[in-house]
Design a protein. Structure first.
Length: 476
């Protein structure tokens, strides 16, 4: 399945996808959409960033359109449960974006905000309800919402919901749903307890999973170079001259940063181009075409602009700035080592904040990355390296890291993994005495590749209009 046309989605949905600039389905979409369009239950192993929201939203919207019925007051046809407020808001935004031509009615029910408006928002009934489990149950128990008309249930990030102590709420909610429904169940990992939950809730589900990231990540030589802030530009130019670069893709966090890198490289005699949101579509296409043919060998991009860059032969990915969302790192470095090739990913780290981001990344990929220290000796204390990583083992994230059952509803207020991270303070400073060195990365002991599924990470654009308590009710 190589294009969205092949799915045979209803025309207004296809139009919305074009407007969203979705050209090719991601692997999880290619697997899930056709199955779910037939009405089958699906259990999917996929992480956020793989395009899984569209994987469940598109077939559901298609099926809603096939049979457009009136929603009863205080009811919904689609119920999506997600662990956090932030993720719930993003899912609702996605439904509204894909459903923009079908006059979709939708509402959000999340914890941490007064319930009154949420009660009012579902008074007339909505087609799509996105909720965190605790608040949804409160709404049901206070007679604000009835679940008898639910035809589609989605559980998103099931493992995280379990981690956050929502299991009992979920069981209670599912117990109130009609037996005849379609259930789509997504989780980044599938340990025994999650598999059992899926087993109890799904009927003869089709199973889908995206390619484990590990196979790609293993082919990438990941280098972490600790540098002084002021030296980043110089070291980047040096690296690009020393390394056997075929094509290099350099990531910066900001558009301004991208332009600065291009200018500094030009001063060092390296011809580079930038693509980011302030450049025209025309410019972007021209630059990408030149990068593809090899005319331009060095491309500087922000994450959003780099979305959809599908160029083989990128020998080097350089993180000029480290992303604050760990999944983005995996997505970035996955641009190299395409089609079975080898690749090098180099990250320049300056300061405690970026060191904190690095630790989050290591937790996600379950690999302790070796550091090369190129800071000037007098400045090393300013950006200490973490002591826990020197032994080659990083803490796994997810349930094993936090255990189960702590929390419950109050966790609805905890920010989702996609939100901006707070700046961190660094750990110990034992890297200060480390000589400059480069070791090959090695997997941490006891790593579990299940947790690093999904090479095809996509960057979720922040949607600034994400507000709690939103209801979307077009005029009928
Ligand atoms: P998700 O994994 O659902 O959080 O999606 C991550 C990001 O990828 C979101 O910003 C989506 O809008 C975007 N996205 C999802 N599917 C596609 C696609 N087929 N083409 C381009 N972008 C996509």
């Amino acid at each position: 399945m190589t294009s969205f046309q092949d799915f045979g989605l209803a025309d207004p949905i296809s139009r919305a996808l074009k407007e969203e600039n979705y050209l090719t389905p991601t692997p999880i979409q290619a697997q899930t959409v056709p199955l779910a369009m037939t009405g089958r239950d699906v259990v999917g192993i996929a992480q956020t960033g793989t395009g899984k929201t569209a994987a469940f939203a598109l077939p559901i919207l298609h099926r809603i359109l096939e049979n457009r019925i009136r929603v009863q007051p205080k009811s919904c046809r689609v119920l999506v449960l997600s662990p956090t407020r932030e993720l719930s808001g993003q899912i609702l935004d996605s439904f509204n974006a894909y459903g923009r031509h079908i006059r979709l009615s939708s509402a959000l029910a999340i914890g941490g905000v007064p319930m009154g408006r949420q009660v009012r928002s579902v008074m007339q009934g909505v087609e799509v309800m996105v909720a965190t489990p605790g608040r949804l149950l409160d709404l049901v128990q206070s007679n604000g919402l009835k679940l008898g008309q639910v035809e589609f249930l989605v559980l998103d990030e099931a493992d995280r919901m379990l981690d956050m102590g929502f299991i009992n709420d979920i069981r209670k909610i599912v117990g109130k749903l009609p037996i005849k429904r379609q259930t789509l169940f997504f989780s980044a990992t599938m340990p025994k307890d999650i598999a059992e939950l899926a087993e109890a809730m799904l009927r003869d589900p089709a199973r889908v999973a995206v390619t484990p990231v590990a196979s790609t990540v293993e082919r990438i030589t990941q280098r972490i170079i600790q540098v002084d802030f002021a030296a980043k530009q110089g070291i980047l130019a040096q690296l690009l001259k020393q390394e056997p670069v075929d094509r290099a893709l350099i990531f910066t966090r900001t558009k301004h940063g991208a332009d600065k890198v291009v200018k500094a490289l030009a001063k060092s005699g390296i011809n580079a181009n930038a693509i980011h949101g302030n450049k025209s579509q025309n410019h972007r296409e021209r630059v990408l075409a030149a990068f593809r043919t090899g005319e331009i060998r060095t491309l500087v991009a922000t994450d959003i602009a780099a979305r959809g860059i599908d160029v083989d032969g990128i020998s080097h990915v350089v993180n000029f700035d480290l992303p604050n969302v760990p999944e983005t790192y995996v997505h970035r470095i996955g641009r190299t080592a395409r089609a079975g090739a080898e690749g090098v990913a180099i990250s320049l780290i300056a300061g405690a904040e970026e060191m904190g981001y690095l630790r989050d990344i290591e937790r996600l990929i379950r690999v302790a990355l070796p550091r090369e220290d190129r800071r000037t000796p007098g400045t090393r204390d300013a950006a200490p390296a973490p002591s826990q990583n020197r032994g080659g083992r990083s803490a796994p994230r997810g349930h094993s890291a936090h255990g189960h059952g702590h929390g419950g509803r109050s966790h609805e207020q905890s920010p989702g993994s996609k939100g901006p991270r707070r700046p961190r303070r660094g750990g110990g400073n034992n890297a200060a005495s480390q000589p400059t060195r480069h070791e090959s990365p090695r997997p941490a002991q006891g790593g579990n590749s299940e947790s690093i599924q999904g090479v095809a990470f996509l960057h979720r654009e922040s949607r600034p209009n994400t507000q709690p308590n939103r209801t979307h009710r077009p005029q009928r």
